[in-house]
Design a protein around this ligand. Structure first.
Ligand code: NI
Length: 169
């Protein structure tokens, strides 16, 4: 946070199945796994393309974080399903060591394509919906603190959740 690249709008991908895209996705997955992330957007590693990845395996330490299949999502479009919002704690690899309480749509529909240009379309809820909204925000230059209505619910992970290794987005 503080790098002006993170505040820019990323560009659409126009060519799929290329070596460049494959190398970008490898770099993103390595970064996400090394930092124990639930998701990552290309601008977080300095590439202003509309590419996000996310995925969470079931972890008994985080009973609220249901499993999310590993997904490569390119040129995503998000649409809320209904107006229900819910608050949840988020972290971000671009805002290390912090967590904040963020309202998100409870249900969303998203579409886009994978790295080969094959279409993806899903209706999702809860944690899956939250992760996608967080990652897609990165493509429009929005970091989660910018979505927070009350900055009193923003703080250091080790103070808010002592002893936990947090999931970052
Ligand atoms: Ni993030």
């Amino acid at each position: 946070m503080g790098d002006p690249l993170l505040l820019e709008r990323s560009r659409e991908v126009t060519r799929f199945g290329t070596a460049e895209l494959d190398a970008l996705l490898t770099d993103m997955l390595d970064t996400m796994e090394a930092l124990n992330g639930a998701g990552l957007a290309a601008p977080q590693i300095g590439v202003l393309l509309r590419v996000v990845i996310f995925g969470v395996k079931r972890n008994p330490r985080y009973p609220d974080a249901e499993e999310v299949p590993y997904t490569v999502l390119i040129n995503p479009e998000l649409r809320p399903l209904g107006e229900d919002m819910e608050e949840g704690w988020e972290g971000c690899l671009s805002v290390p060591g912090m967590r904040g309480l963020v309202p998100r749509y409870r249900r969303v529909s998203y579409r886009g394509s994978d790295q080969y240009g094959s279409p993806i379309e899903r209706d999702v809820t809860r944690f899956h919906a939250r992760v996608v909204q967080h990652e897609c925000d990165h493509l429009d230059g929005i970091l989660y603190p910018m979505r927070m209505p009350d900055l009193r619910n923003f703080g250091f992970t080790e103070v808010l959740f002592p002893g936990e290794a947090p999931i970052e987005e």
